[in-house]
Design a protein around this ligand. Structure first.
Ligand code: N01
Length: 545
């Protein structure tokens, strides 16, 4: 029986596993490797044609990680020991080579089925096992189901009038054709200026004939300060790696540096300026991650952080109207209330004569026509290529796009329709033996991915090991525990300035999605402590049987 209904006898059960993992990115591969090492039968079903998760799918021009190495990599010595990066912030191709190396060292590909999109999962309440179905009809029966679908696997394409009528080439950045698209000499439009938009814009501006950027909200982009890396300097650092990987779990954001405990206005103006300048020159996320800790809580402190950023950006723009559109005198939202991204030559792009920036607040898009984009000023901009850098149904979309029902037949999409409820950002009540990583109500988007993988991966592996070694067959979150976790997530979120911005941190980028904080904002270190405490105290807040 599945949810009280007989299992469909026409669906052949092909494999019995201890755990089925969905998704072969950082999280999924972590689980496969560690669970297999403990002797369990594990497989990954991956929707893409190769491993790497978002690093497979995001093949748009300029895709590059914005967390530096070695912070952005597995902490497993068998992987880092003989791996060398060429740049501090590696590009997508190098990250794909890294995943090939991961496979060579961990031998994971043999247990990964590619082009296998999971579409449905049902729990058999008699056996406490999941029956999981892929799009091609493959069925797997597994004790545990681990959804490692990432926070950004379900793309968002806005409902723009006439979009289907466009006769040129159009792609979302995360569904970019793997073979690439010729943009040289073309008239290109980009809608969206999040991290993906910024990267694609700075990469293609010099090659295309004409570039039109359609911006609704300026990105508070920070200088990347890219650096070439050599083998000798990395080899010299490697004895420190275990310490670095331990320390990244002890910080707020999972990096090797942390916020200052001092409040912004406790610093003298000169001390403040020198600290800002220092972080700015280091590049990367230093300016937002290593800043005075209260700037995300206090609007006046936040304004100081914004003003310094604004003045730095304006220095790079020649045209005063570009300065106002890209770095407005009055901040449209608090600094870091939307995720800043890293840029290399983004602002200089707007000094070019072949680049036009349309402020959609002034002239919204009326419709997409067969030949381009018609905005409210009555101008139709003719385009050969339209790039949709319009983001994702983040945190929950990768999970809710799978048809998963609880023990009473309630779909997870319906359960979360008016607000997310999870226990510890790892499980949700009524869906026993199901875990998720890098999803809602954990530090996710406010943390460095591989650090997050270590923390949640370790918890899930230990939990499965505990269940299997004690002969237990079912673990389910208690409703009261998840209500309490939700209360904490919302409370912590409400103490910050993040709810003041409209965007995917709050779910407000997706029409109809519940608007609330989707990240646990207590920091990586506190999150690690809380979930570890739950486990060491015997999985408090869960029913085990
Ligand atoms: O998506 P986004 P993203 N009309 O949601 C605009 C990670 N990532 O793919 O801000 C016009 O941030 C929207 O406008 P607004 C990283 O965590 C990492 O760029 O809502 N515009 C916004 O500008 C990142 O933060 C890397 O006003 C519309 C844009 O589309 C996250 O993924 C690289 C619109 C969407 O931006 C998401 O980034 C890439 C409409 N109807 C991504 N609807 C690296 O590691 C939406 N927009 C480097």
């Amino acid at each position: 029986l599945a949810n009280g209904q007989p299992l469909d006898a026409t669906e052949p059960t092909t494999q019995f596993l201890d755990c089925l993992v969905v998704g072969a990115g950082f999280g999924g591969i972590y689980l496969l490797y560690h669970l297999r090492k403990l002797g369990y039968s594990v497989k990954i079903f991956e929707a893409g044609a190769d491993i790497g998760g978002i690093w497979y799918f995001n093949s748009y021009p300029g895709a590059r990680v914005d967390s530096e190495v070695p912070i952005y990599e597995y902490s497993l010595e068998e992987v880092w020991r003989d791996w060398t990066w060429s740049e501090k912030f590696p590009g997508r191709d190098e990250l794909r080579r890294y995943f090939d190396h991961v496979d060579k060292r961990l031998n994971v590909r043999k247990d990964i089925s590619l082009n296998k999109r999971v579409v449905k999962a049902r729990l058999d309440t008699n056996t406490d096992r999941w029956t999981v179905t892929a799009e091609d009809g493959t069925v797997v029966n597994a004790r545990f189901l681990a959804l490692c679908t990432g926070f950004a696997s379900k793309i968002y394409v806005p409902d723009l009038k006439g979009l289907d009528s466009f006769q040129g080439i159009s792609h979302h950045t995360a569904h970019w054709p793997q073979e690439g698209v010729e943009l040289k000499g073309k008239r290109v439009g980009v809608i969206g200026t999040g991290a993906s938009g910024v990267q694609v814009i700075q990469e293609i501006a010099a090659d295309v004939k004409h570039l039109t950027v359609f911006q609704r909200t300026p990105n508070y982009a920070l200088p990347m300060v890219q650096t070439k890396l050599d083998k000798a300097s990395q080899d010299r650092m490697k004895p420190l790696y275990p310490t670095i990987f331990q320390y990244r779990r002890e910080t707020i954001s999972g990096y090797h540096y942390d916020v200052l405990s001092k409040k912004l206005f406790e610093a003298t103006p000169s001390e403040r300026i020198l600290h800002f300048e220092n972080m700015w020159s280091m590049g990367g996320f230093h300016y937002n991650v290593q800043n005075y800790g209260d700037y995300i809580l206090d609007q006046a402190a936040n304004d100081e952080v914004y003003n310094f950023w604004r003045d730095k950006v304006r220095e790079r723009l020649h045209d005063p109207s570009m300065q106002e559109k890209l770095a407005p005198s009055i901040p449209p939202h608090p600094f870091s209330a939307k995720r800043p991204c890293l840029e290399q030559n983004y602002y200089e792009v707007y000094n070019r004569s072949n680049v036009e920036l349309i402020d959609l607040n002034q002239f919204p898009i009326n419709e997409i026509t067969p030949h381009g984009v018609l905005t409210a000023d009555g101008v139709e901009r003719e385009l050969d290529v339209l790039i949709l850098a319009t983001g994702f149904d983040s945190h929950t979309g990768g999970i809710t796009q799978i048809d998963i029902c609880d023990v009473e037949g309630k779909n997870i999409k319906d359960k979360w329709a008016s607000g997310v409820a999870t226990n510890l950002g790892l499980t949700t009540a009524g869906y026993p033996n199901m875990f998720f990583m890098y999803g809602p109500q954990s530090p996710t988007a406010l943390s460095n991915g591989p650090t997050h993988t270590d923390i949640q991966g370790e918890w899930i592996v230990n939990c499965i090991e505990h269940m299997m070694s004690t002969g237990l067959t079912r673990i389910d979150a208690q409703v009261e525990a998840e209500q309490e976790w939700r209360r904490q997530v919302l409370l912590l979120g409400s103490m910050t300035l993040i709810p003041k911005a409209r965007g995917w941190y709050m779910g407000s980028n997706i029409p109809g999605k519940a608007v609330e904080p989707y990240n646990f904002m207590g920091g990586v270190q506190m999150y690690d402590r809380l979930i570890t405490k739950c486990a060491t105290q015997g999985y408090v807040g869960f029913n085990l049987s």
